[in-house]
Ligand binder design. Structure first.
Ligand SMILES: O=C(O)[C@H](O)[C@@H](O)[C@H](O)[C@H](O)COP(=O)(O)O
Length: 223
């Protein structure tokens, strides 16, 4: 694990956005297209703001979420709505959003339709992950109903997930799909998440799902 501590959040968000932009540019130059897999939640907004102001051939960038809460886009908990508001705007308006939600009652009913387009983005070029203080990442929550499958080598690309720590059903990329990424970044802030990261390093993946990604990740942290 590579760990970077920043003097403050603003510097971190800017620096990380610039790193990601550089990695996407390299992928576009070498492969012609790039895939960029991102978390929802409350932390990454400022990174998205900076990225949306970066000149890049965004039309050739496929943007997809790590996971989605199974709520319509009109909900304030919709990660898709967050992306549309903060990332797919400005210079990034024409980035290609690969959907992770369908207007059907359960994630199980949406999975099959969503799968082919998500699979077409693999291997991922750039993966940005968040982490909760319970050491979940994407919707790989400790205690989740399908966590064992979600972490296994036999996992499908997408799974429905229900967990005590998640207020609504989720859909998530499996660890196997997420781990295809060439570059992996984990973005965390504050003392509680730093302490959780330290704990995660001593626990197994079922207890601390984020630990599945630590060996390949750069963790970015600011108070
Ligand atoms: O939909 C989600 O909730 C996310 O994709 C999730 O994995 C998130 O990254 C962590 O829960 C951290 O969330 P915060 O940034 O809000 O702490």
């Amino acid at each position: 694990m590579n760990f970077i501590e920043y003097p403050d959040r603003e510097v971190m968000f800017l620096d990380l956005a610039n790193k990601i932009a550089g990695q996407l540019r390299t992928a576009l130059d070498t492969e012609g297209r790039a895939s960029f897999c991102v978390p929802g939640g409350t932390t990454p907004g400022p990174v998205f703001d900076t990225l949306s102001a970066v000149s890049l051939d965004w039309e050739r960038v496929d943007v997809l979420l790590n996971d989605e809460r199974w709520v319509p886009e009109s909900s304030e908990r919709s990660n898709t709505a967050l992306l549309k508001r903060r990332l797919l705007t400005g210079k990034a308006t024409n980035a290609h959003l690969v959907p992770l939600y369908r207007d059907v009652p359960t994630p199980e009913e949406g999975l099959t339709d969503l799968m082919p387009a998500i699979e077409a983005t693999l291997p991922l070029n750039v993966l940005l992950l968040g982490m909760g203080t319970d050491m979940h990442t994407a919707s790989l929550f400790p205690g989740a109903d399908q966590l064992e499958l979600g972490l296994s080598d036999a996992a499908p690309t997408l799974l429905a997930m229900r967990a005590p720590g998640a207020p609504e059903p989720r859909i998530t990329l499996s660890a196997k799909a997420l781990k295809t990424a060439i570059s992996t970044h984990i973005l965390i802030t504050g003392p509680e998440k730093r302490e959780a990261l330290e704990r995660a390093q001593k626990l197994d993946e079922m207890q601390a799902p984020v630990s599945a990604f630590l060996s390949q990740a750069t963790v970015h942290w600011a108070m």
